[in-house]
Design a protein around this ligand. Structure first.
Ligand code: SAM
Length: 295
């Protein structure tokens, strides 16, 4: 890895030269600790032939570490000043900067196609960004993201955990996730008032036999009322509690269970059973009807 990583003095100097005043709105807390950069790059498990996608390169701290480890880096930055200055800090020819909102970017925007997502994410949009990119970029084989510690705990939680919820199940659709450790506030400028956590993930085959949109609709409905039994929580989605019970029984899931106990495979079984029980159609919150669908 190149040893030209940015420390506190370089970060301050760069920010002053560019006239950058970090904003909370864009989650701008910049890493100024070379050891943390080395730790992130090592924990990501990158291969020299990987194509890294970094969301929010900021002043380029992590980008420098990534550029030394992989064959290409795509950096997606929403802040025009930062995006414009990045190629001056990271002079590698294998860097492509995309001035864009990561939540709106499409898979086709990248050539070569990214294989790993590695990012110190803007914390306010971290979960939607990860889920959006996994949906858009089937070429990703895995990644490592830094997020607020509580969000990291949620992303890696399994069934039965108090913090298991919508982000945990949706990430599990795409990937196996695990914690890669905690990061203290002192390594950022400005210092955030929260701890941070690293989440590593590797691509996995999604459960067979169900459509992702259908499964995510079940997950959203189940956790919208997480204290209720699935029979009650899925009533609106299924078109009534009796119908929810029938679908759950067909899927082999107890109607008395709660969403927080189910694996992503069980959510997929519920969506698949619902589809089978409505000839030619699918259930969703908006079109759930007891009678058969038209087409
Ligand atoms: N990677 C840098 C580092 O570690 O020092 C900066 C990380 S900072 C936590 C988050 C970065 O994401 C900022 O540069 C911010 O401008 C950028 N950002 C915020 N929202 C974004 C979005 N929707 N799309 C792309 N970049 C975004």
């Amino acid at each position: 890895m190149a040893e030209t990583l940015l420390g506190p003095a370089e970060i301050r100097e760069l920010a002053a030269r560019l006239g950058v005043a970090p904003t909370k709105k864009l989650g701008q807390n910049f890493l100024h600790d070379p050891n943390t950069i080395r730790r992130i790059v090592a924990a990501a498990g990158l291969r020299p032939d990987d194509v890294a996608l970094e969301v929010g390169p900021g002043l380029g701290s992590l980008t420098l570490g990534l550029a030394a480890a992989v064959r290409h880096v795509h950096a997606v930055e929403i802040d025009r000043t930062l995006a414009k200055a990045l190629p001056e800090t990271v002079t590698a020819p294998h860097l492509t900067v995309h001035l864009s909102d990561a939540l709106r970017i499409r898979g086709g925007a990248f050539d070569p196609a990214p294989t790993m997502l590695v990012a110190n994410l803007p914390y306010n949009v971290a979960v939607p960004v990860v889920l959006h990119l996994l949906a858009e970029l089937p070429t990703l084989r895995g990644g490592l993201v830094m997020v607020q510690k509580e969000v990291a705990d949620r992303l890696v939680a399994g069934p039965g955990s108090k913090v298991y919820g919508v982000p945990s199940v949706k990430l599990a659709w795409y990937a196996e996730a695990r914690s890669a450790g905690k990061v203290p506030p002192a390594v950022f400028w400005p210092v955030p008032n929260v701890d941070s956590g690293l989440v590593a993930f590797s691509e996995r085959e999604p459960p067979a036999g169900a459509d992702r949109t259908d499964v995510f609709a079940v997950v959203d409905a189940a956790f919208a009322q997480r204290r209720k039994t699935l029979r009650a929580a899925l009533a609106g989605w299924a078109g009534g509690p009796d119908r929810a019970e029938a679908v759950l029984r067909a899927a082999g899931v107890s109607p008395q269970a709660r969403g927080e106990a189910l694996t992503v495979g069980e959510f997929a079984a519920i969506a698949a059973a619902a589809r089978l029980s409505v000839p030619g159609g699918k259930l969703s919150r908006s079109d759930a009807q007891p009678e058969e669908a038209d087409s």
